[in-house]
Design a protein around this ligand. Structure first.
Ligand code: C5P
Length: 644
């Protein structure tokens, strides 16, 4: 299963019900690293399934830890300092700043050289803030430029504890120093002027590491004593509060909603965004659960704009700033101007998230601007459907989905780059769909259905549309053809209903650059006149159709939506496809395009396809009909894209 590439959202679809978010990301990263350092096998339940944590998992695996997924859903990690060794390839942290900074701290404690890589956006992020303290402790850390951007080369070894005051409020920097401190000689002290997330010190203390946390001005000072041996501890990772913000805000801003988010981590300062919403007049409650987690309930008014009022938000209320994109949506719906101060750090997130938030708020019809490090958002009486690109930022993708739901009923939004949610929340669209129920207007991956008779131009147009939108394309005709080709190869008459149905039901079919059925590459043969003659009989078989329709729907799930061409795509396979196209062309033109097939053959296929009992070639009621006769491909593609 893959997250939608492009999410289509209709405004005004209420969210009702309860969801759980994936395991808290920061705790998940640390759980993996501590398990890698602990002697023995640790079980982790509820680990985040996002790409960021996957990067940390892959890194500890490359360092010699054994990682297994158990049948009870837990991830088991066999680690220990004695097992770990210098990785034989660079550790790829992908898009995850947490992976890179925390790993830098861990590998600094080993006498190896490790290279830490990131994707394009991570490679542009400053690492000097970890490099400097680690170097002071005795490691050699090299990166690019003055601010030490990745790739990062860390040569670790004998470390000395230090007393360090962090310049930027960052839990990642603090954690990197503390993780290095585990292997240092003498105590390591980290002073932070502003309190940041405390997972590392909390989890280390739980694991029995000697450390103390004292107030220090407005912030805190953490003193850690080295502890080379961590004990093995089973861990249940609670639900991610930052991810909960999207559902909670949806519960506040989408009319007639009531959303419950269960099992959420309740750590200090992590639910700061809820106080902000409460101050804005939203109905949000936090109920502690016996297992130490919380259930958050949000209920919206029929007219959220009338009940939400602007407020002032200090960065310290939301230490990681991760909830700002979600809060920005609430601000965009509130009366007055909400001011977020000291949020300049948003510029160096996965993207310039400050600019992205402004772009999002404006796209949906409210007002936003930035002055220095202050973000101001003035709410609009109504948000409007919009087209918005996540620019690869998962939180922007999720926030935009919520803004789109809050838009005027019936107004449609298109969120491109939605696949970015894989970073932290691959199932986000499914959980959102769970809240919107089986409403036909519920948020869904974009599917473009292209139907029509032979030679109407479906393949050419669907290829070009898919390429333009960055979607995959499925040629369902090739699926029917592959079954016909296999039947012929096995000497099964195409009209032997039961034998062909059994073949289709059991076959493994792959339709991509190559067409393969049950391991036989039939890419060439499916275009032969023999298959052309047999395919319509095979496709008229209702049992073959149901078997292939299931596979076609599964394909769309696995590809995050796509462009699907055939005969019954808009009418039967994807009745909810957001764009349905019915292509036609004059008989002469179609015969000309199908030069490889006799005009009589094409006519016969069209006749059988249109008159068969089982889902015949049909124009869906809501399809756009487009006659491609004499028109250029580009012209047709532009028209199809205009229907988005
Ligand atoms: O698209 P193409 O011409 O390759 O399709 C070959 C045949 O497969 C069609 O003539 C039709 O009989 C069958 N088909 C179908 N339903 C689809 C796609 C193709 O019946 N969705």
């Amino acid at each position: 299963m893959t997250a939608p590439r492009i999410l289509v959202v209709q405004g005004g679809v209420a969210c009702r019900g309860s969801v759980r978010t994936p395991g808290e990301k920061s705790i998940s990263h640390r759980a993996v690293l501590f398990a890698a350092l602990a002697e023995g096998t640790s079980a982790i339940y509820g680990l985040s399934d996002g790409a960021d944590v996957a990067a940390t998992l892959a890194a500890v695996e490359a360092m010699g830890a054994q990682v297994e997924r158990a049948s009870d859903g837990s991830v088991r990690i066999r680690g220990g300092r004695s097992r770990l060794h210098q990785p034989d390839h660079p550790l790829d942290c992908g898009n995850s700043g947490t992976s890179m900074r925390l790993l830098a701290g861990v590998v600094a404690g080993f006498a190896w050289e490790t290279t830490l890589l990131g994707d394009e956006s991570l490679s542009a992020r400053p690492m000097d803030r970890v490099a400097e303290p680690l170097a002071r402790m005795g490691a050699t850390v090299e990166g690019r430029g003055d601010d030490c951007r990745p790739p990062l080369r860390v040569r670790g070894g004998a470390l000395q504890g230090i007393d360090w005051t962090t310049e930027v409020a960052s839990a990642q920097v603090k954690s990197a120093i503390l993780l290095a401190g585990l292997a240092a000689v003498g105590p390591t002290v980290v002073r932070e002027a502003v309190t940041t997330r405390a997972h590392t010190e909390e989890m280390l203390a739980e694991a029995g590491v000697r450390l103390s946390v004292e107030p220090w001005g407005d912030g805190r000072v953490v003193t850690l004593h080295p502890s080379a041996l961590l004990p093995v501890t089973p861990r249940h990772v609670p639900g991610d509060p930052s991810a909960s913000a999207f559902f909670v805000v949806a519960g506040c801003v989408v009319p007639d909603s009531r959303v419950e988010v269960e099992g959420i981590y309740r750590g200090p300062a992590r639910l700061g965004y809820i106080s902000v919403l409460q101050r804005m007049g939203a109905q949000v409650t936090v109920t502690p659960a016996p297992d130490g987690t919380a259930t958050i309930t949000a209920t919206s008014a029929a007219r959220p704009h009338d009940t939400l009022t602007a407020t002032t938000v200090a960065a310290a209320e939301i230490p990681s700033l991760d909830e700002i994109p979600a809060l920005a949506v609430a601000a965009a719906m509130a009366r007055g101007t909400t001011v977020f101060s000291d949020v300049g750090e948003l510029r160096v997130k996965e993207v310039d998230r400050l600019a992205a938030v402004v772009a999002m708020v404006q796209a949906f019809g409210a007002t936003a601007h930035v002055e220095g490090d202050t973000l101001s958002i003035t709410g609009a009486a109504a948000l409007h459907g919009a087209r918005f690109d996540s620019q690869g930022d998962h939180r922007m993708a999720m926030a935009a989905a919520v803004a789109a739901l809050a838009a005027v009923p019936g107004e449609r939004s298109l969120i491109t780059g939605f696949g970015a949610v894989e970073t932290s929340y691959p199932r986000f669209a499914d959980d959102l769909a769970h809240l919107t129920g089986d409403d036909p207007l519920a948020p869904r991956a974009l599917v473009i259905a292209i139907d029509g008779p032979a030679g109407a131009g479906k393949s050419t147009v669907s290829k070009a549309v898919a390429a333009h939108l960055g979607l995959d394309r499925l040629d369902t005709g090739a699926m029917y053809r592959s079954v016909a080709a296999r039947a012929l190869a096995l000497d099964i008459p195409p009209d032997d209903h039961d034998a062909v149905a059994a073949l289709a039901a059991g076959a493994e079919i792959e339709v991509g650059a190559r067409v393969v059925i049950d391991g036989h590459d039939v890419t060439g043969v499916i275009r032969s006149p023999e298959v052309g003659r047999a395919v319509s009989d095979v496709a008229a078989n209702a049992d073959v159709r149901s078997a292939l329709v299931l596979r076609q729907r599964a394909w769309a799930k696995a590809h995050g939506g796509g462009v699907v061409e055939g005969r019954d795509i808009g009418s039967v396979v994807f009745p909810h496809a957001q764009v349905k196209v019915y292509l036609t062309a004059s008989p002469e033109e179609r015969a000309r395009r199908r030069r490889d097939e006799s005009p009589a053959g094409v006519a016969r296929r069209d006749r059988i396809d249109s008159t068969r009992a089982a889902s015949p070639l049909a124009e869906a009621d809501d399809a756009h009909r487009l006659d491609t006769t004499g028109r250029s491909v580009q012209d047709v593609v532009e028209e199809v894209l205009s229907w988005l």
